[in-house]
Design a protein around this ligand. Structure first.
Ligand code: URA
Ligand code: URA
Length: 195
């Protein structure tokens, strides 16, 4: 398994299937535990991620880490984090449908190899590209979906929470559902100080 993941990583780091390759500093493969039961899907790397080569290291990432911590989850142990597209779109625009479609086989291979029980769809872009363009994050957040034979929970993107802190209350309810499901499916003893 780890051999396969490392081969996949090597391939992804060399990808030039779309024009985002030309302007990137790094391909952001993702990080976390490749045996994790939770796979978090973001939108795309931003400036900080492109410079550092790691996902969710800017302001959104700091908020994501706080939320994970409140759930008793760590990046190293409980989750793997990646994005719909693995290279930064210029000016942080939303990835186009074509960019997302070109990059999607990489994400699907990562999900296949890591084989998580739970997917977390962070924000409108992850929801739309994973579940269909007609999906609305405001309508579907907090409700389990079935995707690739796995449970998927759409939640607001941390950047949306930074723009509108009133969304944090709903988001915490959604993450509590994830902790309950993790106890059901993975580890009944999972400890969280807050859930
Ligand atoms: N926002 C995302 O969607 N992904 C990242 O990796 C960073 C910020
Ligand atoms: N708009 C977004 O782009 N993402 C969210 O999570 C919520 C609103």
């Amino acid at each position: 398994m780890d051999i396969e993941i490392n081969l996949l990583k090597k391939e992804i780091l060399q990808c030039s299937k779309c024009h985002l390759a030309a302007s990137r500093n790094h391909v952001i493969f993702g990080e976390g535990n490749t045996n994790a039961q939770i796979f978090i899907i973001g939108e795309a790397p931003g400036r900080d991620e492109d410079l550092q080569g790691r996902p969710f290291v800017g302001k959104s990432g700091q908020l994501l880490d706080k939320i994970l911590d409140a759930c008793g989850f760590t990046r190293n142990e409980h989750v793997f984090i990646s994005n719909i597209v693995k290279c930064r779109p210029p000016d942080n625009r939303i990835p186009t449908p074509q960019e997302a479609a070109t990059c999607m086989p990489w994400l699907l291979k990562q999900i296949d190899l890591i084989n998580p029980k739970i997917l977390i769809l962070l924000g409108a872009t992850a929801l739309k590209y994973m579940a269909g363009a007609d999906r609305k994050i405001t309508r579907e957040r907090g409700n389990w979906l079935s995707l690739q034979n796995r449970l998927a929970m759409p939640v607001y993107h941390p950047a949306a929470l930074l723009r509108d802190p009133s969304l944090k209350r709903d988001t915490w309810e959604d993450f509590k559902k994830i902790v309950f499901k993790y106890r059901d499916l993975v580890n009944p003893e999972h400890y969280s100080a807050h859930v």
